[in-house]
Design a protein around this ligand. Structure first.
Ligand SMILES: Nc1ncnc2c1ncn2[C@@H]1O[C@H](COP(=O)(O)OP(=O)(O)OP(=O)(O)O)[C@@H](O)[C@H]1O
Ligand code: SF4
Ligand SMILES: [Mg+2]
Length: 329
């Protein structure tokens, strides 16, 4: 599959003072992945596992106290290959909207609350489109229609829209310039299940109609099952398993993924779900070896001493676990 982005050995740490001590929070620790053209790649993992930090680092949206320690992020856009950390801030911002769009966590608030929605479109996209006002709004109208949103909503204020409608409008805004790569961080988390379904089908529609690739982040495995083509599971700043969605749900390999899949509610099954003992680690002081070992039902001696490498176990699957790949890697 032709890659639209390649992430290699990426490490990004926060600098934090904890109990008077200067520490590094290793929120993204040696992550490598690649996302194909037209693919929806899902990132899953519990709260504070580093999902948002990972995608900020991929988007080049880094601000202190976060810094990239090592690694590379390369985009293969229509206008050529771009190494996001070899570019100036100006070059990076020129990629924004046209090639790369980033729908941030809680981003329903990007719509200006005191102005009608059409002004948000003008503010964000007008100067990029190089068209006169009438043509610009023709294109905005056509885009909304394609996404099954009523063009009259442009004259509304954000507070007049329901949460789901506001989220769909935010996604319409982020995709008006038909970007090749779209990052969406928990876009459905604040919505109820019915409205979630509308937002997910809209994302599928954009992927089908515009051929865009998505990096889709949510802790909700049920949402991943509905929208992601492939899933990467993050635990404590590391990618621990990656597989096509169907395979991941049918036969999860990593003990943490097995826990996530087993915790999903099933229709007609009222039994209690197994819980995982312990808590996710503090990323300023992560455990040695496999970061999951204090909670892992399958841990072995080697797990607390050595870091399991990410191993390709099938052409389309990778996993970082000694119990799966053998302890002698
Ligand atoms: N500005 C900051 N300074 C220090 N540490 C931070 C900062 N922002 C985030 N962190 C830490 O980095 C780690 C990863 O946070 P991140 O927000 O990336 O997780 P997440 O998986 O997106 O969580 P959620 O599901 O709650 O959105 C956490 O331990 C968090 O406490
Ligand atoms: S490497 Fe060891 S501790 Fe880590 S998930 Fe595999 S078996 Fe568990
Ligand atoms: Mg987050």
């Amino acid at each position: 599959m032709e890659a639209v982005v390649e992430v290699n050995n990426l490490k990004a740490y926060y600098r934090a003072f904890l109990y008077g001590v200067d520490r590094e929070v290793r929120a993204v620790d040696d992550v490598s992945l690649s996302i194909g053209r037209g693919e929806i790649y899902g990132v899953a993992g519990e709260s504070s596992s580093g999902k948002t930090t990972l995608i900020k680092t991929i988007a080049g949206a880094i601000r202190p106290p976060l810094r990239v320690v090592s690694g590379a992020v390369k985009f293969h856009f229509n206008n050529g290959t771009q190494d996001i950390y070899a570019m100036t801030a100006e070059q990076r911002s020129s990629l924004r909207w046209r090639h790369l769009s980033y729908i941030m966590q809680g981003s329903m608030n990007v719509l200006n609350p005191v102005r009608r929605i059409r002004h948000s479109f003008t503010d964000f996209a007008f100067r990029h489109m190089k068209a006169d006002r009438a043509t610009f709004f023709d294109r905005v109208g056509a885009h909304l229609q394609r996404l099954k949103l009523d063009a009259h909503l442009l004259d509304a204020y954000p507070h007049e829209l329901s949460g789901g409608m506001r989220q769909r409008m935010t996604i319409a805004l982020a995709t008006i310039l038909t970007p090749e790569f779209i990052i969406a961080d928990e876009p459905t988390t604040a919505l109820d299940v019915i409205v979630q379904r509308d937002v997910l089908s809209m994302i599928r529609e954009i992927q089908r109609e515009m051929g865009s690739s998505f990096l889709f982040v949510t802790h909700d495995m049920g949402v991943h099952a509905a929208v992601s083509d492939r899933i990467g599971i993050v635990y404590a700043g590391r990618l621990v398993e990656e597989a096509p969605t169907r395979k991941l749900f049918q036969m999860p390999l990593h003990p943490y993924t097995q826990h996530l899949v087993a915790s999903l509610p099933r229709i007609g099954d009222a039994s209690t779900r197994p819980s995982l003992e312990g808590r996710p680690p503090n990323l300023a002081m992560p455990p040695e070896g496999c970061r999951f070992h204090p909670r892992c039902p399958k841990r072995m001696d080697i797990c607390s001493r050595e870091t399991p490498p990410m191993v390709t176990v099938e052409p389309d699957r990778r996993v970082a676990c000694f119990a799966v790949t053998g302890g002698k890697q």
